[in-house]
Design a protein around this ligand. Sequence first.
Ligand SMILES: *[C@@H]1O[C@H](CO)[C@@H](O)[C@H](O)[C@H]1NC(C)=O
Ligand SMILES: *[C@@H]1O[C@H](CO)[C@@H](O)[C@H](O)[C@H]1NC(C)=O
Ligand SMILES: *[C@@H]1O[C@H](CO)[C@@H](O)[C@H](O)[C@H]1NC(C)=O
Ligand SMILES: *[C@@H]1O[C@H](CO)[C@@H](O)[C@H](O)[C@H]1NC(C)=O
Ligand SMILES: *[C@@H]1O[C@H](CO)[C@@H](O)[C@H](O)[C@H]1NC(C)=O
Ligand SMILES: *[C@@H]1O[C@H](CO)[C@@H](O)[C@H](O)[C@H]1NC(C)=O
Ligand SMILES: *[C@@H]1O[C@H](CO)[C@@H](O)[C@H](O)[C@H]1NC(C)=O
Length: 916
Amino acid sequence: MAFPEKLTFWWVLLVAIMLSPSHVSSFMTSSNSEANALLEWKASLDNQSQALLSSWIHNSSHPCKWIGITCKELNSISNITLPDFGLRGTLNSLNFSSFPNLQALELGGNQFIGSIPHEIGMLKELVLLDLSSNYLFGNIPTTLGNMTNLHYLSLYSNQFSGPIPPSIWNLVNLKGLTFYQNNISGSIPSEIGNLTKLSMLSLGRNLLLGSVPSSIGNLTELTYLNLCGNKLRGNLPSEMNSLRKMESLQIGENYFKGHFPQDICFGGLLVNITAHRNQFTGPIPRTLKNCSNLMRVRFESNQLTGNVTDAFGVYQNLRYIDLSNNALYGHLSPTWGQCRNLESLKISNNNLSGGIPLELSEATKLDQLDFSSNHLSGHIPKELSHLSSLSELMLDNNQLSKNIPIEIGLLTNLDQLSLANNHLSGSIPEQFEGLTNLWKLNLSGNKFSNLPSSLGKLQYLQFLDLSANSFSGGIPIMLRKLQQLENLNLSHNNFSGKIPSFFDDMKSLTMIDISHNKLEGPLPNIFAFRNASMETLKDNKGLCGNVSGLPICPTRSYSLRHHKRNKWVIYALSLGLGSVLLAIVLMGISYIVCHRKASQAKSQERDGRTQNLFAIWSYDGKLVYENIVEATEEFDEKYLIGAGGFGSVYKAELSTGQVVAVKKFHSVPNRNQCQQKAFVSEIRALTETRHHNIIKLYGFCWHSKFSFLVYEFLEGGSLDKILSDEMQAIALDWNKRIKVVEGVANASYYLHHGCSPPIVHRDISSKNVILDSDYEAHISDFGMAKLLYPDSNNWTSFAGTFGYAAPELAYTMEVTEKCDVYSFGVLALEIIMGKHPRDLMMSSTDTPIMVTHDFDLKEVLDQRLPYPRGSIAEKVLLIARIGFTCLNENPRTRPSMEQVCNELVVPKSYVSGSIP
Ligand SMILES: *[C@@H]1O[C@H](CO)[C@@H](O)[C@H](O)[C@H]1NC(C)=O
Ligand SMILES: *[C@@H]1O[C@H](CO)[C@@H](O)[C@H](O)[C@H]1NC(C)=O
Ligand SMILES: *[C@@H]1O[C@H](CO)[C@@H](O)[C@H](O)[C@H]1NC(C)=O
Ligand SMILES: *[C@@H]1O[C@H](CO)[C@@H](O)[C@H](O)[C@H]1NC(C)=O
Ligand SMILES: *[C@@H]1O[C@H](CO)[C@@H](O)[C@H](O)[C@H]1NC(C)=O
Ligand SMILES: *[C@@H]1O[C@H](CO)[C@@H](O)[C@H](O)[C@H]1NC(C)=O
Ligand SMILES: *[C@@H]1O[C@H](CO)[C@@H](O)[C@H](O)[C@H]1NC(C)=O
């Protein structure tokens, strides 16, 4: 009987509650106050962000339907999910008290700045807080410790500083905690052992001090632990042996010492272990041998000892292992060959002995093999030629002997080969001509005596070291074909005779060492020799030239010069005989085409400085030609201000007082009349290109004797020179570097999007960026590659500057704007690193920088400048991020120059009337 009564009572009560005005109003206010809080926050964001949140409109619809907003029961907001939206603003106007039921706040990958308001602690129901990859700074608020329901707390890639507040260790429900890549200081307290549910803990890339507390052994659920790149020291606690679920352990780049926990892979689940650059001693942990899931192992640069012969097993998934720079001994195990997915095996600079096992050749995915600086002996097995993916083979500084097997010539993907300082002898095999991708070849310190002429086919070679061998006779003529060679060492051989004249054409050469030979006669008149120190010339038979320490060459060179002069006089006379046409007729093959810059009254008004030149230029191109040849005394070296690209650059002061930069080409392909016309009209188009970040091209002279471009002259010099000079590099501070990156971005944007048809530069590099006296960047040589090599079949003959060319150029002729984007990426990184990012790019296969953010920006930034701070640091970081996205292998996933400019917030300009 009582039952129905009771039921009725509850029913009545329920209806009463539902109808009570107070409930209705409280429901309304809850929903309203949430909506209002969101709108208030939206209004504080910048206009672009507001546009992204266009569905957030008052009264239009229930906030539960707004983008990024989810509700649960009660129509109260449970999740705010706006990752990677590109939102800009602060969190200050977000009224946290308005969201009593919020479970997830996901704002990662935006551009929020400022600090986290401590009111965030009011979000008592919050399970997930993700503020990663923003520009937030300040201390981590203590009040986070009030959010005891938190399972995931992610603040990585911001600029938080100060210690981790102790209240964080109250968050005993945490499964994931990532503070990676901030400026967090202080130490790791033993209370960390309270967070027993943690599966992922990432404190890497901070400024943490002290040692790792033994209580870390209580975090038995840990699968991922990242402490890399801090200042942690001391021994790792043996309690870490109980972390049996560990899959990824990242503790590299600290000051850890002592023995590594030997049972670290007791659970057998370990996949990635990086412990490089510490001071660990003792043997390789014994449990690694049967740790069959290993994929990446980095122990390089420690003080590990012990016999490695049997320390490792067979791992089906192993991709990368580096044990370099330790004190390991023993033999190279043949079982490495059974690691069929191994791509990099590096054990350089240890005490390994014995031979190179031919079984290695079974690991056919190997890309990098580095056994340099050990005591390896025996011969180089010819079976290594099965490693067809190999790009880097480093066997230098061992005791390898006998001949180089001719099969090594089959390794057509090699780009670096070093066999230096062994006991190798005999001839360099003819078959080396197959190594067409080599850019670095070091054979020094052996007993080689014979150099095949086929080496001339290694057209991308930039670095060639033949020093300290037994080569004799004249300097080999095949060297003349190495048109990209920058660094050549022939020292400590028996080369004799004169230095051949073809060196005059080796314009790319910047470093030469010919010391300790039997060479004689004059030095070639190229940059590398003019800048050579006596150290690199000494101990020869009788060299002469204009280098301090060497005698001046006898008069013979004067008479040669005199002879040249005479020829020039005759030549000039013949030019003077009449019109350009007449000259062509008289001289048969010799003709001159000097294109005139169409004089633009407007441009003249805007830029008084160029008025003189325009006057001459439009008057008579021939006169300009003569004027320039005269001003540079037939391109005498004393006017040389730079080299590289397609030619050498001279500074010429014309008779009018105007100073111009003249780029004289090494060679210009021959053309017929028709091609000639097209060429001239394209040049005209380029001379009409006007933008304040692009060097003004005044005109072009094409002549059978000298062909050159005439540009505006800028005081600052080329970026590559500036970056390579300590003083100038320091003067180019962060603000200026940011400006340079923006300038190049803007110019490239203009070429791609502001020109019709778009101009692909094809050769963006630090050599082609010239600064003016205000450090404003101007790019030069735009469109030249296409002009000089219009025949697409010839494209491979010019693949841009080495180290800047997009990877697809290696296998496709398709040249798109995205090739420039790639080069821009390289250049942007070069500007903030102060040097070519070659090392980072090379290691990008083994260290997936972009994927894991596993690199330390602080370390790669140009160390000659103080570490940037505040908004400058943000900008530099942004440039690094953009730079890396531009380096994407796949051209389609690279951003466009427009996107780059948008990211950098560079005001884009199509046509610029404003000349600096
Ligand atoms: C942004 O919006 C404010 C106010 O609505 C306006 O004054 C300002 O001009 C806008 N800025 C831009 C860049 O559109
Ligand atoms: C809201 O966030 C919680 C906590 O992360 C999550 O479990 C839930 O799936 C999310 N809900 C929606 C609809 O995204
Ligand atoms: C939140 O945390 C702060 C600092 O840890 C503390 O002072 C405060 O009492 C906490 N508030 C609540 C409501 O727990
Ligand atoms: C947290 O850890 C400390 C020291 O390790 C311990 O004294 C304390 O009782 C722990 N607190 C909780 C709530 O477990
Ligand atoms: C870790 O666990 C051990 C025993 O399991 C316990 O004695 C110790 O207090 C714990 N430490 C922490 C910090 O919780
Ligand atoms: C191990 O490293 C590789 C390469 O960086 C990565 O793809 C993989 O996800 C990592 N595995 C674990 C468990 O961390
Ligand atoms: C290293 O170990 C291997 C196999 O265990 C053994 O044959 C070799 O002699 C050892 N090498 C040294 C130098 O002790």
